[in-house]
Design a protein around this ligand. Structure first.
Ligand SMILES: [Fe+2]
Ligand SMILES: [Fe+2]
Length: 135
C-alpha cells in the first residue's frame, strides 16, 4: 500500500536528483508496507535504516552539486538538510530504543517531511542548475 504516490509535480528537472528523490519515495512506501504487513520489527528496522542512510547519501550529493555550482542559497539549504537529517536520526534512535513505533502518524510525518522539502526548497534550484548546464 502506497502512502506516497509519485507525481511529476515533484520533478526538479535534474535527472540524477529526480532518480534519488524517487528512491526516497520508494523507501517511504516500503516502510509503510513493512508496517502494514506486520513483518515484525525486523523489516521495519531494515527499511528505516536504509531510509536514514540513503537520506544522508542524497543530501550529500545535492549539497555537493549546489556548492560546486555556486548556488546562492547553499547555506540555508544545507541547514534545512541538517534539520531534516536530525529528525530521521532521532526517529530511528527512538525506534531502536523501543520508545516509538512506526505508525500511520509517523508515516504521514515522513511523507510531509520529504514532499514539503522537494516542493518548497529543492524545486527552487532546478532552473538555476539547468542554466548552468546541469540537467
Ligand atoms: Fe534538498
Ligand atoms: Fe533533495
Amino acid at each position: 500500500m502506497e502512502i506516497f504516490t509519485w507525481d511529476d509535480k515533484y520533478l526538479v528537472n535534474v535527472k540524477e536528483v529526480d532518480t534519488q528523490h524517487k528512491k526516497l519515495v520508494d523507501l517511504i512506501n516500503r516502510l509503510n508496507e513493512a508496517m502494514y504487513e506486520g513483518q515484525g520489527c525486523e523489516m521495519v528496522e531494515v527499511v528505516l535504516k536504509e531510509l536514514v542512510e540513503y537520506t544522508m547519501t542524497h543530501f550529500a550529493f545535492e549539497e555537493n552539486l549546489l556548492e560546486t555550482n555556486g548556488y546562492p542559497d547553499f547555506k540555508s539549504h544545507k541547514e534545512k538538510h541538517d534539520d531534516l537529517t536530525k529528525q530521521v536520526v532521532d526517529l530511528k534512535a527512538q525506534f531502536d530504543g523501543g520508545r516509538v513505533m512506526i505508525t500511520l502518524q509517523v508515516m504521514k510525518f515522513l511523507k510531509e517531511w520529504l514532499s514539503t522539502h522537494i516542493l518548497d526548497i529543492d524545486k527552487k534550484y532546478g532552473k538555476f542548475l539547468n542554466d548552468k548546464g546541469v540537467v
